[in-house]
Write a protein of this length. Structure first.
Length: 314
């Protein structure tokens, strides 16, 4: 009995490896590649498989229904066949972004149903306001982790209403309220995954820096961001990492070198928080497929650090 108890405690104490990927857009070039039997996630398959849990920003509805939203210069809708690529590679996706509503409510609702049928978790959007703000709960290795997802990039018309589907909009006070609610619900760790910032800007605005720190003051274990289509550096506040933008991960159609590179974020977590974190460089080819960049130098850190370090990718 004593040996069994010791073994159980050992399992619970084992750190959890969590991965965050930036913008994953599976229409256009990546969608055509998948239609031909290709796999844009294949170059990172081993890295993803080695993690305990994997999360990405799904920058498109996955549906056959819906009508294109008026006034959008870029609108995406991925064919349901793309789910065979996502399944097994990512455990969950955030839908809190400015493209998941590109084909209206019908396509968003279909996306929710298809993700459920595929066994892929989702957060940051829902059938109504309450559902959109519900955390993704990860309960592994004795940990209870709340992942929150928010969008604050136009159009706000995609925001969920009391009785209408949509995304969780990033109102500061609502975000803080959700962090407090997750803490009250017993979360050991709370990680907001934000869709924010200005496109192609190399650094976050003072407003984002300030709000990221406020989220940590209110109980967030770290903050992760996406949307600008470029990476925006990292910071450490009160010993907790802030990765402002992971940039693109699977995406085509960009000309600048900065928009063709992104980071995969890999974390080791236990009940004390983030033990270690590192960013792995990804370079997208003409199809939008990311490839590891051996020898790249990217931000990293560990518990107790007061500043960001730089690590060389394997």
């Amino acid at each position: 009995m004593g040996i069994a108890l010791l073994a159980a405690l050992t399992v619970q104490a084992e750190p959890l490896t969590l991965i965050f990927a930036g913008d994953v857009m599976l229409d256009d070039g990546p969608g055509r590649l998948i239609a031909k039997g290709g796999d844009p996630l294949a170059p990172f398959a081993k890295t993803l498989k080695a993690a305990d849990y994997r999360i990405a920003n799904l920058e498109t509805p996955v549906a056959r229904s819906g009508q294109r939203s008026a006034g959008k210069p870029y609108a995406f809708r991925a064919h349901p066949r793309v789910l065979r690529v996502l399944r097994g590679r990512f455990d969950a996706v955030t839908l809190a972004n400015n493209h998941v509503g590109d084909y209206g409510h019908a396509a968003l609702l279909e996306t929710l149903r298809r993700l459920d049928a595929a066994g892929i978790g989702h957060f940051g959007a829902g059938k109504n306001l309450i559902e959109a703000h519900q955390p993704l709960w990860i309960e592994r290795h004795g940990l209870k982790i709340a992942i929150l997802g928010y969008n604050e990039f136009a159009p706000r018309a995609f925001e969920a209403g009391t009785n209408t589907p949509g995304t969780a909009w990033s109102e500061d006070d609502h975000v803080i309220s959700d962090i407090r609610a997750a803490k009250a619900a017993g979360a050991d760790l709370i990680i907001p995954f934000m869709h924010w910032g200005w496109e192609y800007e190399p650094a976050p605005s003072p407003r984002l820096q300030s709000f990221a720190r406020r989220m940590i003051d209110e109980g967030a274990s770290m903050v992760v961001g996406s949307h600008p289509h470029v990476t925006q550096g990292a910071d450490v506040y009160q010993g907790k990492p802030i990765i402002y933008s992971l940039g693109n991960f699977v995406f085509d159609g960009f000309e600048t070198p900065e928009a063709k590179r992104g980071w995969l974020l890999r974390l080791k977590l236990d009940k004390t928080g983030v033990l270690e974190w590192e960013t792995l460089a990804a370079k997208m080819d003409g199809h939008g497929t990311p490839h590891p960049v051996a020898g790249a130098t990217t931000p990293c850190g560990k518990a107790g650090d007061t500043r960001v370090s730089l690590c060389r990718n394997p």
